[in-house]
Design a protein around this ligand. Structure first.
Ligand SMILES: *[C@@H]1O[C@H](CO)[C@@H](O)[C@H](O)[C@H]1NC(C)=O
Ligand SMILES: *[C@@H]1O[C@H](CO)[C@@H](O)[C@H](O)[C@H]1NC(C)=O
Ligand SMILES: *[C@@H]1O[C@H](CO)[C@@H](O)[C@H](O)[C@H]1NC(C)=O
Length: 498
């Protein structure tokens, strides 16, 4: 017995050792995790394949709820807000069973033809789990899975960077736990602030193709990261949500702490109906701004990504703030379908009446053009170097621009590029002196089929200085050394999109 334990622990040490020796890189980015398919670690149970229910996973649940896939009818606002009309369309649920939160009770009938709604109510459909957002906060890595299909156990999840780093593909842990993770319907991306709070927009939407269900009003949601409790759920106003498809566009959030934690603003781009929603925590109020610069550029909308051709029209997608000067930051922003960067003072965004000023429109500026195929999801500003990093979906790349230089294509440099391992960089976040990136192969997932024998989802990190040294982003007057082939020759030979 002791010999066996010794053998097991020796093997475990070997596994850890061999893991730490393998350093996979793409350009200047270092891979931290990668998955062929997402798996979960729920209360120590590894969920590695499709699963019908969650009965044995949540030890904290009381008996009354033990048979339900999701909460009992009485337990959750989401169920009260359930759209009765669409619910009645789904008629296979036995009357005596509690109503599931995310759809109809699954039927085991084999006579029905498979449609997306046949998957409703299932606990885990592995292929449907597409990770979108990544953010490191201290020792935790938050990973979001927006509910764009059925079978997603939890939309907000995390990895523990101490406990989960000994494998390339760890199981995601629902945040804060499986039961409480159900307070959220669908989250695209999170952002933490310096006041130990984690912010996000819960779109309240099950974005299932042909079966879209707005189960709750979209809301700004904040967790206290010290207690892991939800401390705010502010439902956006009807004047913020101008159309039925507006919630699909609330895919990121940017925080602006003015002088203390209580005086914080959240800026929420609406990429679907082209606006910027501002939330003031102090006033507990929100308002919506419009500007033509929030729109997409029609000339940049024909995309060819991962071999798929399509046309998108995503408008304002990402806002990133410089450090404040004279109390105001520059808020850099861009549409995803476009290659131009724009800016506005955060003091204009914070001012609820600014949009009534006839001068409002001219307080926004065009900063410059980043260049061909530079369509970008998220970007992030690093205060120490004044460099902005971009996740370029149009060229499967991460790029940089030093804000001290005028923004032209020549002032932008690609730091990493790979047609498979950086396919669709869906999130990029600067924290401290690190840049974290998620790439999720979304075009293949959405328009074709992922090869589940290959790695499809990647999380990378890099140190800011390592990323920009020797590049145009390191600042003018530096000697420029071409070191990019140094770390990963193979990847540099393999950068063309097919
Ligand atoms: C409920 O669903 C029906 C049909 O799916 C739709 O016409 C109606 O607008 C929905 N109501 C609400 C409040 O979402
Ligand atoms: C914030 O405003 C909403 C209504 O918009 C209200 O329901 C909520 O109680 C308010 N929260 C606080 C902390 O005042
Ligand atoms: C807000 O904007 C209005 C209109 O431009 C301006 O008159 C007012 O001084 C601004 N308020 C602050 C606090 O800057």
């Amino acid at each position: 017995m002791r010999g066996l334990l010794l053998l097991i622990s020796t093997l475990a040490v070997l596994a850890v050792t061999s893991r730490s020796q393998i350093t996979r890189t793409v350009g200047r980015l270092q891979e931290v995790f990668a998955w062929k398919q997402i798996t979960f670690n729920i209360n120590g149970n590894d969920i590695t394949q499709d699963r019908y229910g969650d009965d044995d996973l949540d030890m904290t649940r009381d008996k009354r709820q033990a048979g339900s896939v999701f909460f009992n009818n009485d337990d959750d606002d989401a169920v009260r807000n359930w759209n009765q009309t669409s619910q009645n369309k789904r008629n296979n649920r036995p009357n005596n069973r509690p109503r599931p939160m995310w759809g109809n009770w699954p039927t085991t009938s084999s006579t029905t033809t498979p449609t997306p709604s046949d998957e409703a109510g299932r606990f885990f459909i592995q292929y449907n789990n597409l990770p979108m957002g990544v953010e490191r906060v201290d020792n935790r890595l938050f990973i979001t899975l927006p509910r764009r299909r059925y079978g997603i156990p939890s939309t907000l999840n995390y990895l523990d960077l101490t406990r989960d780093s000994n494998t390339r593909s760890p199981g995601l842990r629902p945040y804060p736990n499986l039961r409480d993770s159900r307070a959220l319907t669908s989250v695209y991306r999170t952002r933490a602030d310096s006041c130990n709070r984690l912010w996000m927009v819960d779109t309240g939407l099950l974005e299932i193709p042909n079966d879209r269900q707005q189960v709750r009003q979209p809301a700004v949601v904040v967790y206290d990261l010290r207690t892991d409790r939800q401390i705010l759920r502010y439902e956006l106003k009807s004047t913020d949500i101008i159309a039925a498809n507006t919630p699909t566009g609330l895919a990121s959030i940017t925080l602006d702490i003015v002088d203390d934690c209580a005086n914080t603003f959240a800026y929420i781009p609406d990429l679907a109906t082209y606006g910027l929603i501002v939330y003031s925590l102090r006033d507990n109020d929100s308002w919506r701004l419009t500007h033509n610069y929030f729109s997409f550029n029609p000339i940049a909308g024909n995309l060819r990504l991962a071999g798929q051709r399509f046309q998108w029209s995503d408008g304002i997608f990402s806002v990133t703030l410089t450090e404040p000067r004279g109390g105001c930051s520059s808020a850099y922003f861009h549409a995803m379908v476009g290659t131009h960067e724009f800016s506005v003072s955060s003091c204009v965004l914070r001012n609820r009446t600014a949009s009534q000023d006839p001068n409002f429109w001219s307080q926004f500026s065009e900063v410059g053009d980043r260049g061909a195929n530079s369509q970008s999801t998220m970007h992030g500003y690093h205060a120490g170097t004044r460099v902005v990093f971009f996740a370029d979906i149009g060229r499967d790349a991460i790029s940089c621009w030093n804000t001290a230089a005028a923004l032209t294509p020549a002032a932008v440099e690609i730091l990493a590029k790979d047609s498979t391992r950086l396919s669709y960089p869906s999130d990029l976040h600067v924290t401290g002196d690190e840049v974290w990136v998620m790439a999720n192969s979304l075009p293949t997932w959405a328009y074709s089929r992922l090869d589940t024998n290959e790695y499809n989802f990647f999380i990378y990190k890099a140190n800011v200085q390592d990323l920009i040294s020797g590049t145009v982003c390191a600042g003018r007057g530096r000697v420029r050394v071409n070191t990019r082939t140094g770390t990963d020759k193979e990847e540099n030979n393999n950068t063309t999109t097919t």
